[in-house]
Design a protein around this ligand. Sequence first.
Ligand code: ZN
Length: 182
Amino acid sequence: MIISSMISSTLKLLAASLVLWAPVFTPADVGHISKDTTSLTVSNRALEIACEYTKWDCVGTPAPHVDYSYYVGIMGWLGAYSYTSDPDGVWLNPYFLGELVDPESVDTLAFAILIHETVHYLDYHLNGPFPSACATESLAWSVTLTWLDRSGNSNVASEFRNWRDWYGCNAPNEEDAASVIQ
Ligand SMILES: [Zn+2]
């Protein structure tokens, strides 16, 4: 179940969903929860969607492992990916614990965020280190919003359409904006 007010308050801090963390704390260090609760079927489906929408050749690339971290929750993020901390996995907010266990009844927002972080994971594995935060966020949000719209969840997508404002990716030269974020 998703509480819309929770979404709104959380999204204000979502700007750091993609973070090149300073090596002080990472989601792996603080309140790390093991991945047992996410179905491999669900993570593979997220991978399929990410590959289909980006049109990347994902052959031979497995789905990322999915972990939950209280650090992500404390920071107010819905999810996170950091190739410097854990290139082969993605993190989700513990708020979503249990929401991706049953492939037949996944939570829409949790799955959308899993797709989003999976795009970052693929972007790194297939294309190398991100040229800028805004570049990879543009890809990830494009896929996320497209999937939400096509799956009949435009109401959820509407909460995210101004992602560029949160990330500071509205500058004419997005490379400049990204350098500020990082
Ligand atoms: Zn992102």
